[in-house]
Design a protein around this ligand. Structure first.
Ligand SMILES: Cc1ncc(COP(=O)(O)O)c(C=O)c1O
Length: 480
């Protein structure tokens, strides 16, 4: 069924969409050429079309993507308030890389990463008490931020090895088998051997156990994840740091940590302020986050911060001119949107610490409500409960049924518009399939109650089947 036309003749007249043919006078607009006919899909159309027509066609196709707010698979923000939307529209033309042309946006970027450095307890500069000794930058998301964090680890290790006259042929990075795919890419693109520590039922996250079997003189660093993508659980950064301290005592190897705080770095400071995971731990050299996850900004924005300027080797940093002076730049991209940085600053001012606390707490309350309701259903066993980041996963209770699996439940929930993915866990638990919910700002308690009802109904339907659901064509893969 067509949606309400997003533009009206009045809107079009006010915005100068007057077209020569008079077609824009037609009402309903779906009868226009282009809407009543067809656009080619794989070549640029020969002629022009009215802006209202092109708008409506693109708008309607995007509508087929479904409702982003019901997408419980994504960590990425799907709601911002009307002031943020206005600011976004006002500043969509700014290119973040043009620091000389948009010096105020550049200054705001610096303010933002300094605020984050403080939030993550970076030490002051030794020669300037009260000012941060950290250095940071915005990125397009956590993936770029992790690449930059990883590159700095690699370059520091190379410098130290060369200075000692040692080989730099075989760098390796130690990380959990449950890392997000950006770390596999980092290792692949920059020729670093990934040393995956498998997760098991006993060690559900990387916790420092057996770390000495993976770390050696070629280890550029260890990645600790605050909010594992598969389940939302925190890796205990302090325990990983303590294991590395023991390794240093025994072997002399001084191995730094990069914290991939894609989600958790914007949750833990508010909801678990006493948890020590950040620059309070000396071993933590750098921290990254996705501003577009629990930073609450629309995609794509991320941040990465190094504890001190020495943790970011200067030969990775380029100089850009800025206000007639110079500004350090470390990035993979050149051009990228500046508006998101302004949106982040808007949120820091708008919400402050207390506002962030309230928003994150509301998401966590909904996650805990949902995990309790789902955990109480006989069909399921919880894997975790959403009290780290507001994300949790569950598995099918052993022996509950042989007629359906979690992918069937996922398909059934799609009928109601909910996207709740089911997927296998990584090594060594790849036989285990879990289902996960990511609670974000905008999933209200009321919506969550509807979801519980829909899950209850779906399970009742599946349990009542007389024969097993077919398994052919089931999609069990999910991109993390
Ligand atoms: C732990 C972790 N690291 C990195 C990423 C990549 O983040 P982005 O999508 O911002 O590039 C994700 C995304 O889900 C993640 O969960």
């Amino acid at each position: 069924m067509p949606s309400t036309p997003a533009t009206t003749p009045d809107f079009e007249a006010r915005h100068g969409f007057t077209g020569g043919s008079g077609q824009n006078q037609l009402n309903p607009i779906f009868a226009r050429e282009g809407e009543a006919t067809d656009f080619p899909l794989d070549e640029i159309p020969r002629g022009e079309s009215l802006p209202g027509t092109a708008y409506q066609v693109v708008h309607d196709e995007a509508m087929l993507d479904g409702n982003a707010r019901l997408n419980l698979a994504t960590f990425v923000g799907t709601w911002m308030d009307p002031f943020a939307q206005k600011l976004y529209a006002d500043t969509a033309d700014k290119n973040m890389v043009d620091k000389d042309e948009y010096p105020q946006t550049a200054a705001i970027e610096t303010r933002c990463w300094k605020m984050l450095a403080k939030l993550w307890n970076a030490p002051d500069a030794p020669d300037a008490p009260g000012t941060t000794g950290a250095i940071g930058t915005s990125t397009i998301g956590s993936s770029e931020a992790c690449m930059l964090g990883g590159l700095a680890l690699k370059r520091r290790w190379q410098h130290a090895r060369r200075a000692a006259g040692l080989s730099t042929e075989k760098p390796n990075l130690v990380l959990s088998s449950a890392v997000q795919v950006c770390w596999e890419k980092f290792c692949n693109y920059w020729d670093v051997e990934p040393r995956y520590v498998p997760i098991t039922d006993e060690h559900r996250v990387l916790d420092g156990h057996d770390l000495d079997k993976y770390v050696d003189e070629n280890t550029i660093g260890v990645v600790a994840i605050m909010g594992v993508t598969y389940t939302g659980m925190y890796e205990p950064v302090a325990e990983i740091a303590a294991a590395l301290d023991r390794i240093q005592t025994q072997t002399g190897l001084d191995v730094p940590i990069h914290v991939d705080g894609a989600s958790g770095a914007m949750i833990a400071p508010f909801l678990q302020p006493d948890l020590v995971w950040d620059f309070r731990l000396e071993r933590v050299a750098s921290i990254s986050t996705s501003a577009h996850k629990y930073g609450l900004v629309y995609p794509g924005l991320g941040w990465v911060i190094w504890r001190t300027v020495d943790d970011l080797p200067s030969d990775l940093v380029f100089d850009v001119t800025y206000l007639g002076g110079h500004m350090p730049s470390f990035a993979l991209n050149f051009s990228r949107p500046g508006a998101q940085v302004l949106l982040q600053y808007y949120l820091f001012l708008r919400l402050g610490w207390e506002g962030y606390y309230k928003v994150q707490k509301a998401s966590q309350d909904v996650a805990v409500y949902l995990s309790q309701a789902i955990g109480a259903m006989p069909a399921f066993d919880l894997w975790n409960d959403g009290t780290d980041i507001p994300v949790f996963a569950w598995q099918l209770a052993k022996g509950h049924t042989d007629k359906w699996n979690l992918s069937h439940l996922s398909e059934r929930l799609r009928l109601k518009g909910w996207l709740v993915p089911a997927y296998p866990m990584p090594d060594d638990l790849s036989d285990l399939v879990v289902q996960r919910i990511v609670v974000r700002n905008g999933l209200s308690r009321n919506l969550a109650e509807s979801l519980v009802q829909d899950i209850t109904d779906a399970v009742a339907h599946l349990d009542a089947l007389e024969s097993p659901m077919p398994l052919d064509g089931q999609v069990t893969a999910f991109t993390h």
